[in-house]
Design a protein around this ligand. Structure first.
Ligand SMILES: [Zn+2]
Length: 487
């Protein structure tokens, strides 16, 4: 497995991602840009998510506002609860995020739900002092992580959304009606969220502006075990850490052994698992970790984190939360709009419960890069073994040498194929160097036009991972790529 540093260097050098505002001295931590290769990879990752989750489960996808009114976050609880513990040095006023500082010094995990007093207790018990001047800290305080914005000339209070899903809750009733929904009814959304992290770090792993792909499954709480499509996934193998033990078992066994509480949750964890299998990350290094009461977010009653073991430790990629009717109930109370619907299947009037899959896109992109990074010492090359459907570019078109008679044919192939696929034309440098450049950004195929092409209208297709080559007819290239580009 590649180290974090090698992925960071590759990303800078090859345009996957790099710091925002980087030419300015006041550039801020926690903001990153996707370059051309990273942006293509991200878009393809989202397309795979749509294919394997949204379309597979007949979900509805929306695109809501990034700025929402204050009352939305009064109702959601973020105004009161969405905060991190902060400690300030009593002497030099250094400000630190308490849980991170404690973990770095002692490896003790302060749970998300810990009170200020409990944080103070851990600091005292471990005799932790200001790392700058050695003085003790003031009592722990709370810092709200939402970005406040002022709207219009009177600066009315509003917020950048700290999670994409609030629009889904606020819009639920309208969408359910327009789409003539039936429960369970899933609404998905991809977009940016914003959190004013005290300690952003490790590029894509903890950002202040980041991408989420969220799915909210609205369901009837009395029907959680009557999900017929459960049969589709009953044999899917899941790895579950319940806090004390690790189980590797089928979705059906997880239900029978009460490791997953109901079929609805098991179904969505399973299709999520199947999606990640297709991204190429090592599923043997993943787990669904059941969170303890103290670790759960304030709105969750049951929570599993989907995690991957990376070179920087276990990384949470998806938060899978059973939010009960918390959000709809809160929005109903604060807005005075009734959020109940009639379930057309059971004819019950019901305030739906919600199970969510809240996926971090940026962390997933990092994970895909790290998982596909491969040092091929034998052949003195670095490869990203990206799946063809995730690769930023599907194929490079290369004339063997820079001669017009080969270049013209190669350019024709390029122009013909780029309408349908992401192609790259390259004629500069030795053929070996051009292969290396493609391999390093994960291009799965290279097409070489040589002197035989002039004779028999065939080209060489070279496979990135095996370096095997075969001749195919120019006219068959398009069908070759159609066959090889999809999961
Ligand atoms: Zn100090």
């Amino acid at each position: 497995m590649a180290s974090y540093d090698r992925i960071a260097k590759l990303s800078l050098d090859r345009g996957f991602y790099f710091p925002s505002s980087e030419i300015y001295s006041d550039s801020m931590a926690g903001f990153w840009e996707y370059g051309p290769n990273g942006n293509n990879l991200k878009n393809k990752f989202i397309e795979l998510w749509r294919r394997e989750l949204v379309r597979r489960d007949d979900m509805i996808e929306i695109d809501g506002s990034q700025i929402m009114s204050k009352n939305v976050f009064v109702a959601s609880g973020h105004i009161d609860n969405f905060s991190d513990p902060v400690i300030v040095c009593s002497k030099c006023k250094s400000t630190l995020r308490a849980d991170k500082f404690i973990f770095d010094k002692t490896r003790i995990n302060v749970p998300e739900g810990a009170s200020n007093n409990e944080v103070d207790e851990v600091l005292n018990q471990n005799n932790l002092k200001c790392p700058t001047c050695g003085s003790s800290f003031q009592p722990t305080e709370r810092f709200n992580m939402m970005f406040k914005v002022g709207i219009g000339p009177r600066n009315e209070e509003a917020y950048l959304r700290p999670e994409t899903c609030q629009a889904i809750f606020v819009d639920f009733k309208r969408i359910f009606k327009i789409m003539r929904g039936k429960l369970p009814f899933s609404i998905a959304q991809v977009g940016k969220s914003f959190r004013n992290e005290i300690a952003p770090r490790q590029s894509l792993l903890r950002l202040r502006e980041f991408y989420q792909a969220e799915i909210e499954v609205f369901c009837n709480p009395n029907e959680l075990d009557s999900l017929s499509k459960f049969d589709e996934i009953k044999d899917t193998i899941l790895t579950i850490n319940d806090g004390s033990e690790v189980f590797k078992l089928t979705a059906k066994e997880a239900i029978e052994n009460k490791i997953i509480p109901n079929k609805l949750i098991a179904y969505y964890l399973s299709i999520l698992n199947e999606f990640y299998e297709k991204t190429g990350i090592d599923m043997n290094q993943t787990r669904f970790r059941k969170l303890s009461d103290k670790e759960k977010a304030f709105y969750a009653t049951i929570a599993f984190d989907f995690e991957l073991k990376t070179s920087v430790g276990w990384l949470e990629l998806v938060a899978c939360n059973y939010r009960s009717n918390y959000d709809l109930d809160q929005h109903s109370k604060i807005s005075k709009e009734k959020m109940e619907i009639t379930d057309p299947v059971t004819n019950e009037k019901v305030l739906p419960h919600v199970f969510e899959l809240s996926l971090g896109i940026d962390r997933s992109i990092y994970s895909v890069l790290e998982s596909s990074f491969f040092d091929d010492h034998e052949n003195d090359r670095v490869i990203l073994k990206l799946k063809p459907y995730l690769a930023p570019i599907l194929a490079g078109i290369l004339p063997l040498v820079k001669k017009p008679e080969l270049g013209d044919i190669a350019k024709n192939i390029y122009h013909d194929l780029k309408k349908d696929f992401d192609m790259y034309y390259d004629e500069s440098g030795s053929i070996g160097r051009r292969y290396r450049r493609l391999e390093e950004i994960g291009v799965p195929f290279a097409i070489t036009v040589d002197y035989d092409t002039l004779e028999d209208k065939t080209v060489t297709v070279r496979y990135r991972d095996t370096m095997q080559q075969k001749r195919i007819k120019m006219k068959d290239l398009k069908s070759f790529f159609v066959e090889n580009k999809d999961p």
